[in-house]
Ligand binder design. Structure first.
Ligand code: HEM
Length: 448
């Protein structure tokens, strides 16, 4: 059967209402459309234009595997100007493949073990400062952990430079997130204008990064170093040339922007879920004390299934693209919806039930479980993020008792890039009496 030319069906309601539905009650809104129209439908959103939503593993696979000349992910990204011309998130086709190939080696599974002690130390120091006996939002403290983790493991920063980057980068990413939504505000009208402030912050960050990069280039022992920056300095293109400082800087800030809030909000969701499921929590504590990790890994996957912080992976049609019986025109945004797919009862029975056992010793299906997107754009930091989630949760379970709650589930709230728990993942803790060090842990799964 030849495909239908044009867009899949869409709800007959004003654009403003569709936009509001997506921003305020995204999952129930999308569920309604799926019940009505099936696994492929369109929406029209203010600021984004026409959006085709997909939620079927076969359609998702077909789209993730499509020719990168037909579907772009970077060139239309609102983050492109904010993160820099070389940012992996803002480029496509050959340029993207070349940079991605150079950046992949540091993120391979076998390297992750080496980062664990660093992350564990950061988590210990930060969790030791959490207040006891009063409820507090974990999103902020988790962001402190994930920021420090990226600055040390990825940027190779320490001491005074680490402190300066810790001060500058959160301000820069926050401003960048808001400005990415308002292209007209991206004009330098002096240091008091938002874009002017943003550019000056970036210049300060760049100066510190240049120092770190130049030092790594001169370091005779650079081969022994573990941080991603040191590996980027040693990376060579097919013609033998090295990455420029500008390329390395853009990729470093991209990893920070893509990696620290996403991981922190996932941890905040883990706290939110576990306080409402004391049975799972008790089993996790027992497992952590005994040095195990299988249930913790399954729990991480279940948290990411139920609460994917990035609800869509996006692709833009650069030329007509056939999917699900339609031939979509050029210039359409396709949203591969983790939010909808993860709640499909045919893929995940009783999807509203928090049930880590569904992933116990079972690897998630590549095109049904998509919190990290997929294909040649799949999150480059997925294994790093999984390791970090695992280590931070392990330290938390061993150091503090997380007290259960009867409070209703925290609703979802959109925080610029990620969907976070509206209350910030409220925790109430008691310090535990130290338990004996567990036996050497099981090896970490190769990839999330
Ligand atoms: C729980 C944490 C994280 C989540 C949920 C997440 C999710 C995602 C998603 C959905 C994408 C888009 C994939 C696609 O379009 O198919 C992505 C891309 C990306 N992520 Fe992550 N991410 C996380 C952590 C990280 C970390 C820790 C880093 C780096 C240290 C990172 C770096 C990147 C980069 C560079 C890309 C662009 C890849 C490309 O376009 O080739 N992310 N991430």
């Amino acid at each position: 059967m030849s495909p239908i030319e044009g867009m899949p069906p869409r709800p007959r309601m004003p654009i403003a209402l569709q936009t509001l539905g997506m921003l305020t009650r995204q999952r129930p809104f999308l569920e309604r459309q799926r019940r009505r129209y099936g696994p492929i439908f369109s929406l029209h959103m203010a600021g984004l234009g026409r959006l085709v939503v997909l939620s079927d593993p076969a359609l998702i696979k077909h789209t993730f595997m499509a020719d990168p000349k037909t579907l772009h992910a970077g060139s239309q990204s609102p983050l492109r100007r904010v993160l820099g011309n070389n940012s992996l998130l803002g480029i496509d086709e050959e340029h993207h493949m070349e940079q991605r190939k150079l950046l992949l080696p540091p993120f391979q599974g076998r390297r992750m073990k080496a980062y664990e002690p660093l992350i564990e130390q950061i988590a210990r120091e930060q969790i030791a400062q959490w207040p006891e006996g009063v409820e507090f939002a974990t999103a902020g403290p988790m962001q402190t952990i994930t920021l420090k983790a990226i600055l040390s493991a990825v940027f190779g920063a320490s001491g005074e430079r680490m402190e300066r980057l810790e001060r500058l980068l959160p301000r820069w990413t926050e401003l960048g997130q808001s400005l990415s939504r308002f292209p007209r505000a991206q004009k330098d009208l002096g240091r008091l204008s938002p874009w002017g402030r943003f550019l000056r912050l970036r210049a300060e960050v760049d100066a510190i990064l240049d120092t770190l990069i130049d030092e790594a280039r001169r370091d005779p022992d650079v081969e022994q170093r573990l941080d991603v920056l040191a590996l980027m300095v040693q990376a060579r293109r097919a013609d033998g040339s090295e990455l420029s400082n500008a390329e390395i800087r853009d990729q470093l800030v991209t990893m920070l922007a893509a990696g620290h809030e996403t991981t922190a909000h996932t941890l905040a969701w883990a706290v939110e879920r576990l306080r409402r499921h004391p049975d799972v929590l008790a089993r996790l504590v027992e497992e952590a004390d005994a040095g195990g990790r299988a249930l913790r890994e399954a729990t991480i996957r279940e948290v990411q299934r139920m609460r994917p912080v990035i609800s869509f992976a996006g692709r833009h049609t650069r030329r007509p693209f056939e999917v699900g019986g339609y031939r979509l025109p050029k210039g359409v945004l396709i949203g591969l919806s983790a939010g909808l797919t993860h709640y499909d009862p045919a893929l995940f029975p009783h999807p509203d039930r928090f049930d880590p056992d569904r992933f116990l010793d079972v690897r998630p299906e590549t095109y049904s479980w998509i919190p990290f997107g997929g294909g040649i754009r799949r999150c480059i930091g997925a294994t790093f993020a999984h390791m970090e989630l695992d280590v931070v949760l392990r330290v938390m379970l061993r150091e503090v008792e997380l007290l259960p709650t009867n409070a209703p589930d925290e609703p979802w709230k959109f925080r610029g890039v990620a969907w976070a728990p509206a209350g910030g993942g409220m925790a109430l803790i008691r310090r535990r009496t130290p338990v004996a060090a567990p036996p050497a842990g099981e090896p970490l799964a190769a990839a999330a």
